[in-house]
Design a protein around this ligand. Structure first.
Ligand code: BMA
Length: 291
């Protein structure tokens, strides 16, 4: 099974007239809420700093863009950029995890909003180690908030879990899914926040091979124990093939960071070659047929 690309891809390109998003727009988060697709995307200007932009759509393909970034570096851990947003609706509030970048490395950033334009920011407590690809589960499991992340500890580059009572302090950190070779042999990381299905938590993630090619994979985790990997589909569900995935800022990259379910169809939003925003879809039934 492969995701089907929208024939009008890319759906967002860099906008030369807005300096902050004039170089690259990529790696988007999505939330479908009250009939609208809300997209939060990573944008890079000529200064090389990532900020987060906002766009909204009624059909998931044609987006209206807001002219100013909605998140710009503000906290001590992010002067070099706010990257790779992922958004969930959790207890009625939208929470964003993102990669906070400074001279000390990368850390997990957290923000919240009820309107997508005005964001509150939090300093989450985490060990002094590089960490990225954080996604929150869209609901508490067994009374705890749950998050997937990817600490960068030497050669270990798998997907880890963490639990929390307050979204600020996290515990129970451990690896739950490791790279296994081939297309996902070098490292893997969570892509979109997990989607709840009747078969478990569906995770769309990325795998990187020894040549640095980024592909998308799909895995299923237990609903009542999200640390338990039930099944991992062995083949990539999307790989760089189109010109906008092969040529860009970083060649041969498809990097999904948002997915939503609308009318029994999954819409997967991804960055093409760290340059443009794209979307691909699949019927829910076909996707769940993999597991
Ligand atoms: C990762 C992140 C992503 C990027 C990917 C491919 O480490 O920086 O934002 O899309 O590399 O370059």
């Amino acid at each position: 099974m492969k995701l089907r690309r929208y024939e009008g891809n890319p759906i967002l390109k860099p906008k030369p007239e807005n300096e902050w998003e004039s170089k690259n727009v990529f790696n988007p988060a999505v939330i479908y809420d009250h009939g609208l697709f809300h997209l939060l995307y990573r944008a890079m200007g000529v200064d090389g700093i990532s900020r987060i932009g906002y766009a909204v759509s009624i059909d998931g393909f044609n987006f209206f863009r807001f002219d100013k970034p909605v998140i710009v570096p503000k906290l001590i851990q992010e002067p070099r950029g706010c990257e790779d947003p992922r958004v969930v609706k959790l207890e009625g509030v939208f929470f964003m995890t993102y990669t906070a970048y400074s001279e000390r490395g990368v850390r997990i950033g957290l923000g919240s909003t009820t309107n997508f334009i005005q964001w509150e920011r939090y300093e989450i407590e985490w060990e002094e180690t590089n960490n990225k690809d954080a996604v929150l589960f869209p609901e508490k499991v067994d009374g705890k908030y749950v998050l997937l992340h990817r600490p960068m500890l030497g050669e270990l580059m798998g997907i880890w879990i963490a639990y929390s009572d307050n979204l600020i302090e996290w515990h129970g950190l451990r690896e739950i899914m490791a790279p296994v070779g081939g297309w996902e042999g070098k490292k893997i990381g969570a892509g979109a926040p997990p989607l709840k299905t009747e078969k478990g938590w569906l995770l769309i993630y990325h795998g990187v091979d020894e040549g640095g090619v980024y592909r998308l994979g799909a895995a299923m985790f237990s609903l009542n124990d999200p640390s338990k990997l039930l099944y991992r589909y062995p083949e990539p569900i999307l790989e760089p093939e189109m010109y906008y995935e092969i040529r860009g800022e970083i060649p041969r990259v498809v990097f999904a960071s948002g997915a939503c379910e609308v009318m029994n169809r999954y819409y997967v939003y991804y960055g093409g070659a760290d340059k443009v925003v794209c979307v691909a879809t699949v019927d829910k039934e076909e996707m769940l047929g993999l597991f």
